[in-house]
Design a protein around this ligand. Structure first.
Ligand code: UN1
Length: 484
């Protein structure tokens, strides 16, 4: 049990919230273990943070970008020094396997390094002018005060990939971490403080989204909002923000499919689907939740998938022997169980899994069996809705056209993958598939930090995250005409 109370950080001070209320965070692999407590803040605390961010905005925006980047480089070094502690912190509050947490810390390092490099680029361009003796050029200005609202499944990496570009571009930040995994996020803020970030430039306020969420959005001082989470909440944020004409970037749900053609490398395809469906217990927006298999290889391929799935060792994330860990919360557990029941009632065939694990040693954690359904029709809810757990739905296809049609029959458009050795099929797929991230012969998961990340349709709105698109989002580009 730990009784550490993680406070808000506002205007350079660790502060107790006005209501003095707090709530406890428990380890999802063992809910008897308390990880710490965080504050249950109110709008008054957010208002104070907005004021701090507003006041520090001018000085920070006037600080040369390479100097702002120096702070990111320092934060990078501190994260390297605190690597193991941060990885463990992610596993303790979110539940994922320690190897996945380490990968998350590495990804956070990579994104901070990339964004720090932008402090010496952040390019605009020059252009010829229609008038004599005139120079046309563009340059980038920060938006001002921005809000960063992050989900529970990547407590470090998603905050890092939103906050790092926001800061290097000269914005000041209001940060609302997820209600259920705020501790690692608060550690990231602490790291930026240690790295020498001036007061007021980054402010974190914890609490419940339904109570304080709208204060991060509906305020004319807030000029940009970067959100990751459900399509439902993202749509609400987009609507709210339109009233104050703030820039919005929402990264939302997915229902990602892997297509396996009969000419594909079936071994690699199997590995990719298992990793995509069950890695991080399927709790990532790039998880593989649909597999579309060519009829010529269908029976053997599905048999192989099921037998490998039964070998997955489910156990606590801190145990390096575990292949898959728990779900992140009771709410997640209930949601996944509900979708399994819906699938069965809709007439899909449950091939394996489908239940909470109640064996000895698991009873106090949210452990769920890796689950596979076949005989899934595209109009079923389990085929359409984002389940966000270790549940894979399997479809049969006759050819590439039908495979693409099934994959595109979704309101979502985040990530997708195909396994084929045929170049024509691969390019047909690239041209026709409706997702923002496209893989050929690699899993639907993840992304590299220097590449744009995000989706189309109900998966995303606004500029992509990461890569140079992040700089695009966190700046206004202005056009200058100088006649001399
Ligand atoms: C990944 O799957 O590696 O919330 C990144 C999410 C996404 C980020 C996923 N926005 O799961």
């Amino acid at each position: 049990m730990t009784n550490i109370l993680y406070k808000n950080y506002v205007n350079g001070e660790w502060k107790t919230c006005k209501s003095k209320k707090s709530y406890a965070i428990y380890n999802p692999a063992n809910t008897k273990e308390k990880i710490g407590s965080v504050q249950y803040s109110s709008d008054l605390d957010v208002a104070e943070a907005i004021e701090a961010a507003r006041q520090s905005s001018k000085t920070w925006s006037e600080t040369p970008a390479p100097q702002r980047a120096d702070i990111l480089f320092k934060a990078h070094r501190i994260i390297q020094n605190r690597f193991d502690e941060l990885a463990e912190s992610i596993t303790l509050e979110e539940g994922k396997c320690i190897g996945d947490s380490e990968a998350e810390v590495k990804r956070s390092l990579a994104v901070i390094e990339f964004m720090a490099g932008e402090g010496r680029r952040m390019h605009g361009y020059t252009a010829p002018s229609e008038s004599q003796g005139t120079l046309d050029y563009t340059y980038r200005k920060p938006l001002g005060v921005v809000s960063v609202i992050t989900p529970w499944n990547f407590p470090l990496a998603i905050p890092a990939w939103k906050i790092a570009p926001a800061l290097v571009c000269g914005n000041t930040v209001l940060f609302k971490p997820a209600f259920s995994t705020p501790i690692t996020a608060i550690k990231l803020v602490e790291i930026f403080e240690q790295a020498g970030l001036p007061k007021g430039v980054l402010n974190v306020v914890t609490g419940s989204s339904s109570e304080i969420g709208s204060s991060f959005v509906e305020n004319e001082i807030v000029k940009g909002i970067s959100f990751t989470g459900s399509t439902e909440v993202g749509t609400e944020i987009y609507n709210m923000a339109s009233k104050s004409l703030s820039k919005v970037q929402c990264e939302m749900g997915g229902k990602n499919a892997v297509i396996v053609m009969d000419d594909g490398n079936l071994e690699k395809a199997q590995e990719s689907i298992l990793q995509g469906a069950f890695g991080s217990s399927g709790q990532r927006c790039t998880a593989t939740s649909r597999a579309i298999i060519h009829q010529n290889v269908f029976d053997d391929f599905v048999k192989g998938l099921v037998s490998e799935t039964r070998k997955i060792s489910v156990g606590p994330g801190l145990n390096r022997e575990s292949d898959m860990s728990c779900l992140a919360s009771r709410q997640q557990l209930n949601q996944i169980q509900e979708y399994v029941d819906i699938g069965i009632n809709e007439g899909a065939t449950l091939l394996t899994g489908g239940k909470k694990i109640v064996d000895k040693g698991y009873e106090d954690g949210y452990f769920f069996e890796p689950t596979i359904f076949k005989d899934v029709e595209t109009n079923m809810r389990i085929a359409k809705e984002e389940i966000f757990g270790p549940v894979l739905t399997i479809f049969k296809c006759q050819d590439i056209d039908q495979a693409i049609a099934i994959s595109n029959d979704s309101e979502f458009g985040l990530s997708s993958s195909i396994y084929t050795e045929n170049i024509h099929k691969a390019f047909t797929y690239i041209e026709q598939i409706e997702t923002g991230i496209i893989h050929v012969n690699s899993p639907t998961l993840g992304g590299e930090v220097h590449m744009p990340f995000g989706g189309i349709k109900s998966s995303g709105i606004g500029n992509r995250e990461q890569g140079l698109e992040a700089i695009e989002f966190f700046t206004e580009i202005v056009s200058v005409y100088i006649s001399h």
